[in-house]
Design a protein around this ligand. Structure first.
Ligand code: NAD
Ligand code: MG
Length: 387
């Protein structure tokens, strides 16, 4: 690996991805150090992480928590900042070597853009960034020659399959999906499912929002759009395939018909480690996949009539413009309403669909109009739910 220790800025360090990234970093103090940690409102965990990893600075987005964090770290030389604007400011300080973008949702977009603006490589977990403004984000990354290395397991799989293939054309990619906790269920069942049930994913333990997105299959829709921008694909080159065992993390089919797959047990620490260590693979003792133990891999078509969020996302993928950002905003509102038991599981789809129909379509929005579309969609969706 590189001789120098790589200084990592973790945006969203208290989440599922952030905490797993810190486990990886703690196992390799000779390779990584922590420069920035940020959290939304979990000040206790942020303080604990700061004491353990001794970063240059921490940011707590919820500014009501500032004095508690500041006081707790008073005896250290860790700088403490608060507020949403401080996230962007921290991202634009030239003190780190790589950003791990692990904030959930639209809130991750601006700090990630700042990292790219100051030419910092990004290990991207925050898929919503590319769903909202993928054209602008990737164009800036190309202009600034900044690598965007996916953390999402499917995209990490595709990225790994593409190493050494830069001159070869992709025929299509096959994004695998576990199918989530409600695989095989029909609307008459889904109408009654509750938050607790929807949060139980069969193969992965993740943050609340992505767990619900996995249960509705919106996650796979977001991932189709993410793949379009990461790998410069046309919508019809992106296929979704249900693979309930989550052993094949995704596949690439080339022009000659050859298919490459990347495989392993479902464990996010592997794609996280691959992204922050890229291009070097780092030895570890994570559990290995044993072909004798899980010896049947199965595949089926997604049921997009039942899981209509996926068809809405395919529509957004095909139409492009601001539609993905409108869909994403409505989805964020709908998921949080479902998590607070305000609407039922199938209502989420109605909120998203109505919002997509309502907000005016813009074919080539500049960044400001993406922000505006997001705001408009949020307001409209929240009104529908009467939040
Ligand atoms: P999470 O909810 O567990 O953690 C989110 C993190 O973002 C926390 O540190 C939180 O403090 C911070 N955050 C939330 N809202 C914020 C705001 N408004 N401003 C600033 N910070 C805020 O989420 P997660 O599961 O770790 O997912 C993070 C991202 O990674 C998501 O975009 C998700 O789709 C993606 N991802 C996650 C997994 C997984 O296994 N968890 C897998 C693939 C991709
Ligand atoms: Mg994924």
């Amino acid at each position: 690996m590189q001789d120098k220790i790589r200084r990592i800025a973790i945006f969203g360090s208290t989440g599922s991805i952030g905490t797993q990234a810190l486990e990886v970093i703690a196992s390799h103090p000779d390779k990584f150090s922590v420069e920035i940690l940020t959290a939304h409102s979990n000040e206790d965990l942020l303080i604990e992480q700061a004491r353990k990893f001794n970063p240059n600075m921490v940011v707590i987005a919820d500014d009501k928590k500032y004095s508690k964090v500041k006081d707790a770290l008073a005896s250290t030389d860790i700088k403490v900042f608060a507020g949403e604007k401080a996230l962007e400011e921290a991202a634009s300080i030239d003190c780190y070597d790589l950003m791990l973008a692990a904030i959930v949702g639209y809130a991750g977009l601006r700090p990630t853009l700042q990292a790219i603006n100051i030419r910092k490589p990004v290990a991207l977990a925050n898929k919503e960034t590319l769903v909202v403004a993928g054209d602008i984000v990737m164009q800036k990354a190309v202009e600034n020659r900044v690598p965007v290395i996916p953390v999402d397991s499917e995209h990490s799989a595709i990225f790994q399959c593409l190493v050494g293939e830069t001159r070869n054309r992709i025929e299509k990619i096959i994004l695998t999906a576990s199918g989530g906790p409600f695989l095989g269920r029909k609307p008459n069942y889904l109408v009654n499912v509750k938050r607790e049930h929807a949060l139980q994913h069969p193969n992965w333990t993740m943050g609340a929002k992505i767990s619900i997105d996995s249960a509705t299959l919106m996650n796979k829709g977001l991932e189709m759009i993410e793949a379009k921008w990461l790998f410069n694909l046309k919508p019809d080159q992106i296929q979704v395939l249900i693979h309930p065992q989550s052993i094949i993390h995704s596949m690439v089919q080339f022009e000659d018909g050859s298919i490459k797959a990347q495989m392993g047990l479902p464990d996010m620490k592997l794609p996280i480690q691959y992204a922050i260590g890229f291009p070097t693979r780092i030895a570890n003792n994570f559990p290995r996949y044993d072909f004798k133990k899980i010896n049947t891999l199965t595949f089926e078509e997604p049921d997009i009539r039942t899981f209509r969020n996926l068809s809405l996302a395919i529509e957004a993928l095909n139409k492009g413009g601001n539609l993905p950002s409108v869909m994403n905003a409505a989805n964020e509102i709908a998921v949080y309403a479902f998590l607070r038991n305000r609407i039922n599981f199938l209502d989420m789809t109605d909120v998203i669909e109505k919002t997509m129909q309502k907000v005016a379509f813009i074919e080539h929005p500049p960044l400001e109009e993406y922000y505006q579309s997001d705001g408009e969609a949020r307001t409209y969706a929240a009104d529908l739910i009467k939040l």
